[in-house]
Design a protein around this ligand. Sequence first.
Ligand code: AMP
Length: 212
Amino acid sequence: MHILIVGIKASGKGTQARQIAEELNVPHISSGDLLREIDKTSPLGKEVRSYIDKGNYIPDKLILKIVSQRLAEDDCQKGVVFDGFPRTLVQAKAFDKSYKFDKVIFIDISKKNALHRIAGRWTCSNEHCNISYNILTTPKPQKPGICDECGSKLFQREDETKEAALKRINTDLKEMNPMLEFYEKQRIVIKINGEQSIQDVHAEIVQKLCLH
Ligand code: AMP
């Protein structure tokens, strides 16, 4: 199955994409993770970081190239759960020429709720762990400022300051709607209420995809 998960920043799309990919036994391709994995000290890594840290999108051509390279790998042939790519109408139209989604899952949450979630978000500073916590919602770390899994310090990501997050969410909203309209014409969009617990969002996706 070829699936795209769409949602504004902090909608929970990453968490849901990982769970659905596991359930379907296909790879989870997160464009944000692919970008963050690029060596920060390389010229490409520095260029990519300069966009991300300010809450800006990477140029369409560049992200298309990076995702296409990952997609050419053997494990992607029987299906993929895409998370964060495509995220503009330009990207969707370009990608549609060579790749068709079976379903597009739209995780719907309000801007207010997204900003509240981001304000409480702390991430593990260990690059190999990278787990996110939320001190205002869940999951909360057991010891404040310390990762439950590896004991490293938690920090607030530069792209998750109030200013960068607001800019990113406004861009997400502007870009997402025309892209969703494009997929709605293909009758493949499933809308999910993202303002529920992680388990309930997952259950709604499973039910609407008829997985069980
Ligand atoms: P995410 O992990 O989805 O929050 O993505 C982190 C950052 O990576 C975003 O703020 C963008 O700067 C960049 N990014 C990820 N996916 C895309 C995309 N499809 N198009 C442009 N920029 C992207």
